[in-house]
Design a protein around this ligand. Structure first.
Ligand code: ADP
Ligand code: ZN
Length: 284
């Protein structure tokens, strides 16, 4: 049996299915303490059978390097109780014979969108999520990018837009990309949550502007052929088109879009990208 878990900041998804990403059955529950969350996952898996392989897509920061002594451990996080907790050790204790593969939630979503979603067949893809935070998973030459820990796209510095004096909400950097363009940043800047702002609200030109500057950084460094933007905020009508137009303008013809583009597209797998990517990890 192939099992998968997507561990999110607010909710957790567990599933059984195929290593091609086919979902057979899934179950969602709120993420609480690490002990209780993992206990619920283990109980659900045990009802289905004994997993031979478990793919995990986790929020971060988390140690995804399998060679590291603390592989599978959550790093310092504002989420109470999770810092230092080892996801992999807990699962291996319950299922000692299981093969375990761990990735960031956004890397897993990137893999799924690259294999069967909006970037199907491409080997160089970025998947950005915009929700409570901003993050990106990156597939480069067909491999998910790790680096020293994993990419932290949300925390890159972006130039301030002319006339914008918003301080930003990142507790570490104030006005990094996440500080200026995450869901909480939009809500604080405009006094209303993102999902209540109409499509013609100036918030969306502002949002596209910051996103496009972040994406130019991606195009220059881990060059993706396509950038998939998902997450709650990406559901705003017209945001992908607006961002794509700005990316083209900023690119100045320098980063050729594959087959003429677009660079920026919406996800095809919606809410299922992370868990389906986690299933795919079972055969990596
Ligand atoms: P999380 O990062 O906690 O998983 P989500 O990805 O669900 O969160 O994103 C939550 C954010 O998405 C909130 O800021 C919310 O206002 C925003 N959001 C949800 N639906 C929409 C929508 N249709 N248009 C714009 N923003 C939205
Ligand atoms: Zn930051």
């Amino acid at each position: 049996m192939n099992a998968a878990m997507e561990l999110g900041g607010t909710k957790t998804v567990v599933a059984v299915g195929g290593s091609d990403g086919a979902l057979v059955e899934e179950f969602r529950f709120p993420t609480t303490t690490p002990e209780e969350t993992l206990r619920r996952a283990v109980e659900w898996f045990s009802e289905k059978g004994t997993p031979e392989a478990i793919g995990i897509a986790a929020f971060g920061p988390v140690r995804i390097d399998p060679k590291a002594a603390d592989w599978g451990a959550m790093q310092a996080t504002p989420k109470p109780g999770w810092g230092g907790f080892s996801i992999t050790a807990t699962l291996l204790q319950a299922f000692p014979a299981a093969r375990i593969a761990l990735e960031t939630d956004v890397n897993a979503a990137c893999l799924a969108e690259a294999r069967i979603g909006a970037a199907e067949g491409l080997e160089n893809v970025a998947y950005i999520t915009i929700g409570t935070g901003i993050g990106a998973g990156i597939l480069c030459d067909g491999r998910l990018l790790h680096g020293a820990l994993h990419p932290e796209f949300g925390h890159i510095r972006v130039p301030r837009r002319k006339g914008d004096d918003f301080a930003g909400v990142c507790p570490f950097h104030g006005n990094c990309l996440e500080g200026m363009a995450s869901g909480p940043a939009i809500e604080k800047r405009w006094g209303r949550p993102a999902h209540e702002l109409p499509a013609d609200h100036p918030a969306w030109d502002m949002e596209a502007w910051y996103l496009a500057h972040g994406i130019i950084g991606l195009l220059a460094i881990s060059p993706p052929e396509r950038v998939v933007i998902g997450g709650g905020v990406s559901q705003a009508a017209g945001l992908h088109e607006k961002t794509d137009a700005l990316v083209r303008e900023l690119a100045g013809g320098y980063f050729p879009a594959v087959n003429g583009g677009p660079y920026v597209v919406p996800p095809k797998l919606g809410q299922e990208a992370g868990i389906r990517g986690a299933l795919m990890l079972t055969r990596l």
